[in-house]
Design a protein around this ligand. Structure first.
Ligand code: AMP
Ligand code: ZN
Length: 114
C-alpha cells in the first residue's frame, strides 16, 4: 500500500504532527482542521474503509475509540464534548481510503456537519 498517504504517515515517510502512537494505531493532527481540536486516529495496518472491516478487526476498532477518549482528555475537551466521525464511501465524502476516526472538539458543533 505504498500509495496510501496515511500508510506513509504511519511509517514516517510523510511528516505529520503526531500526537500518539502504539503498536496498533497512530494519531496525528488533521492538516486542514475543521475545529480547534481535529485529530485523526488510524490503524497502523491498511484498512481502506469500514466497509472493508472483518471480525478480526473488532479489537482494533475498539482500541481506536479508547485512544480517542484518552486524547480528548489530553486535549482538554473531555468535559466540553467532542465528536467522533468515520466517513465511509462517496456519499459520506470519504477522501482518504485508509480508515480513520476523526476526533473533533473545542467548539460548539452543529449536526450534521457540512
Ligand atoms: P475523510 O473525508 O474522512 O477521508 O477525511 C480525510 C481527512 O484527512 C481530511 O480531513 C484531510 O484534511 C485529512 N488529511 C489528508 N491528508 C492529510 C495529511 N497528509 N496529514 C493530515 N491530515 C490529512
Ligand atoms: Zn493505508
Amino acid at each position: 500500500m505504498t500509495e496510501c498517504v496515511f500508510c506513509k504517515i504511519v511509517s514516517g515517510e510523510i511528516p505529520s504532527e503526531g500526537v500518539y502512537k502504539d503498536e496498533l494505531v497512530t494519531a496525528f493532527r488533521d492538516i486542514n482542521p475543521a475545529a480547534p481540536t481535529h485529530i485523526l486516529i488510524v490503524p497502523n495496518k491498511h484498512i481502506a474503509a469500514v466497509s472493508e472491516l472483518s471480525e478480526e478487526d473488532e479489537q482494533l476498532m475498539g482500541h481506536l475509540f479508547t485512544v480517542a477518549q484518552k486524547l480528548a482528555v489530553k486535549e482538554g475537551i473531555s468535559q466540553s464534548g467532542y465528536r467522533l466521525i468515520i466517513n465511509n464511501g462517496p456519499d459520506a465524502n470519504q477522501v482518504v481510503f485508509h480508515l480513520h476516526l476523526h476526533l473533533l472538539g473545542g467548539q460548539k458543533m452543529r449536526y450534521p456537519m457540512g
